[in-house]
Design a protein around this ligand. Structure first.
Ligand code: SF4
Length: 339
């Protein structure tokens, strides 16, 4: 039986494309999940048994990812849920998460999910701008995200919302707007995926024809650092920032704005911005000896990859010494200055 204090972990099963009538501009599920195989009940049992046989103990949830779970064949969906639910009832896992499209949610399907122990539902909102949704072939509008989110919350599920930045027809201002609209829906968690242009997708064609100008990596980092800060100010946990690395993904990238440690780049940028904000607010003298106190988990984030933040600060004339301090919250900073 899993205890409440254990670290959370997903036993993830991907249910790719099955049942999905759409072909969003950015999506090639075969690439994103690394496989096009449809899992069976047996696969659910095997995945749970493998996880439970590990010597490390976690607070497990079974996660059906893939983006269209409630749109797949209903009998197949129920078979997978039935296999998973056994482990919820036995207490071996604490719940079931699924990810799906906003327009594949209604009261009826929520009844089914509830009766099989589903605890969390993640919706692929992607954008809250109808023009962007249309341009990228999502097949639903922003209102569908609002209605599905409200229904999910009303029925007592944990709500997760996924958004994408840098889609075709979007820009930093529209992506910020999407984040603001998502905040209004009070999700429990958010995932942010900067758009990556992959071979075989419609985005590839739009990019090649010049109709789509992807965000550069640095534009994307600047924007996502800001979004990270926005969500954290509203106590909404960003549980994923950036696509998971896979060899296949790296091979299929058409425009190079992907970074495997994307989140760390954004967190470094955020800490740099916070440093500058404090310096400007307190009118700190650059020539003084500045000590920056950060949480022990964030020392390397403040320093930045290849010491990028420190080098930039030195270039700007700051003399900075970084120290770790447990009482400082992650991603926050405290400064002391000796003249
Ligand atoms: S709805 Fe989801 S699974 Fe279907 S094409 Fe779009 S992103 Fe891919």
């Amino acid at each position: 039986m899993n205890g409440g204090a254990l670290k959370k972990a997903n036993i993830a099963l991907f249910v790719p494309l099955n049942g999905c009538p759409h072909r969003c501009s950015f999506c090639d599920q075969r690439i994103i999940t690394g496989k096009a195989y449809q899992p069976t009940e047996e696969d659910v049992h095997n995945a749970v048994k493998t996880a439970l046989s590990s010597s490390r103990r976690y607070n497990y949830e079974i996660a059906f990812f893939g983006g269209s779970f409630t749109a797949i064949d209903r009998n197949y969906m129920i078979k997978l849920l039935g296999a998973a639910y056994q482990y919820v009832k036995s207490g071996d896992v604490s719940g079931i998460r699924i990810s799906t499209r906003p327009d594949a949610i209604d009261e009826n399907v929520l009844d089914v999910l509830k009766s099989y122990g589903v605890t969390s539902i993640e919706l692929g909102a992607q954008s809250m701008n109808d023009g962007v949704l249309e341009k990228n072939g999502r097949g639903h509008n922003a209102q569908a995200v609002v209605l599905a989110s409200q229904m999910i919350k009303r029925r007592g599920f944990s709500l997760g919302l996924q958004m994408m930045t840098g889609l075709c027809g979007s820009n930093a201002a529209l992506d910020e707007y999407t984040a603001d609209k998502i905040i209004e829906l009070s999700p429990d968690t958010v995932r942010i995926y900067p758009t990556v242009t992959l071979k075989g997708t419609r985005l590839e064609k739009l990019y090649e024809s010049g109709e789509y100008n992807p965000m550069t990596l640095s534009e994307s980092v600047n924007l996502c650092a800001l979004l990270l800060d926005k969500f954290s100010k509203h106590n909404i946990e960003v549980i994923r920032l950036g696509l998971h690395y896979s060899e296949q993904l790296e091979k299929d990238i058409v425009y190079d704005n992907y970074h495997p440690a994307f989140r760390e780049l954004c967190e470094s940028k955020l800490m740099f911005d916070k440093f500058m904000e404090v310096c400007n607010k307190r009118d700190i003298d650059k020539s003084g000896n500045i000590t920056v106190w950060v949480n022990p988990s964030c020392v390397s984030k403040f320093i930045g990859q290849k010491r990028a933040n420190i080098l930039k600060l030195e270039e700007m004339g700051y003399n900075v010494n970084v120290k770790s301090e447990q009482s400082v919250l992650p991603l926050e900073i405290k400064l002391s200055v000796e003249s």
